[in-house]
Design a protein around this ligand. Sequence first.
Ligand SMILES: Cc1cc2nc3c(=O)[nH]c(=O)nc-3n(C[C@H](O)[C@H](O)[C@H](O)COP(=O)(O)OP(=O)(O)OC[C@H]3O[C@@H](n4cnc5c(N)ncnc54)[C@H](O)[C@@H]3O)c2cc1C
Length: 390
Amino acid sequence: MIDLSIDRDLEARLDQVRRLGREHLRPLGIEADRRREPVPPDHRFFALAWRMGIGQPLGVEERPASGPRTGARRGVVLAEEMSYWDRGMSVAMPGLGLGGPPLLGMGTPEQKERFLAPFRDRERPHWAAFAMTEPGAGSDVAAIQTTAVRAGDAWVLNGAKTFISNSMRADWIVVWATVDRSAGRAGHRAFVVERGTPGLEDMRYEHKMGLIAYESSSFTLRDCRVPAANLLGGERHYAERAGFKGAMKSFNATRPAIAAMAVGIARAAYDASRDFARAHYALDRAIPRYQRVREKLARMARKIEAGRLLCWRAAYLADLEQPNEIEASMAKAFAAGMTGLAVEILGDAGVTADAYVEKLYRDVKAMDIVEGTGQIQRIVIARRLVGLPR
Ligand SMILES: Cc1cc2nc3c(=O)[nH]c(=O)nc-3n(C[C@H](O)[C@H](O)[C@H](O)COP(=O)(O)OP(=O)(O)OC[C@H]3O[C@@H](n4cnc5c(N)ncnc54)[C@H](O)[C@@H]3O)c2cc1C
């Protein structure tokens, strides 16, 4: 069973997003794409959205004092809508982003208080980031090489991280490192590395083919001394060997929202290709070519509905704190593959450089890579179906 209800508060939030989307998210996303430059953090739109309480939609919330959790479902609904307007902009928005789940899921009360405090300031937008990927460790996160060595009341980090969303503008970054490379996942530790920490160096911007509105950056950690108090969850957390589970838990809380972003992109592509087909093809005529176009539109509409339901189901389970790995992987594997149909519908017009669907096609490609590639999702599903361990 899935609760598909949208309460009045969420409906009002969706209305706000639609307004912001039409007026700001889509125009800014297209402008960033044309200029090949991310939207700078001091852009006045971010301050406006932040004051309205609209930030990155990643379906994370602190456990409510009473009543059921709804954060994951709210997250997928908002993520789809924001990405319908522009997925690059939805990640460029201020907020905790992927840094949120590990802080909220593993952080001590003192750490939550300290690192969430700036995010309560509505005057100036704030960002956080999550850094797991390294030049030699992407899908195989157990292979990370960044080391963490205890030195008195600090930890010293050495290594390199790559393709980290918003890290250039983040107040702090959750950096994953290992205390024992031979221990695999059990050796992982997460540290909150604050902006300006000496040794957090060489921050550089990576040029992407799509999703230009937000920046992806790589950086080096060179004898970077992080206070012991910034070890996420404290020593006890890891004594209970929960280090890697912390990262994986956050993946499953956020993967349905990432999948919903791909659904949003597909919806935008569907609208654009339907409008194009109406304007350029005689869709009411029994001409085989146009019958095929009608059939493609219908196929896309079916897939969007199915993709959305997969996301909602995975998010619903996350809210119930039930295992959702297979559902989240199915949603993610399915959702990233729908936008190509829109390009087909437009024919040659779909691949011209100023076609909107061409931009969406480049944007959605990254959705098949981030938070677990399509291949990895399919492997996860297949292994689970035949009862193999992960
Ligand atoms: C837009 C964008 C934003 C990102 N944001 C962040 C971020 O904020 N924080 C962060 O930590 N990372 C981030 N990443 C990095 C992302 O998580 C990695 O790119 C992803 O995990 C894949 O790793 P990789 O690129 O090293 O590819 P690899 O893991 O090297 O994979 C290369 C290819 O091999 C395939 N492959 C890998 N292993 C297997 C296997 N066992 N069996 C079959 N095929 C396999 C993959 O599917 C892929 O096709 C981002 C990436 C992108 C593109």
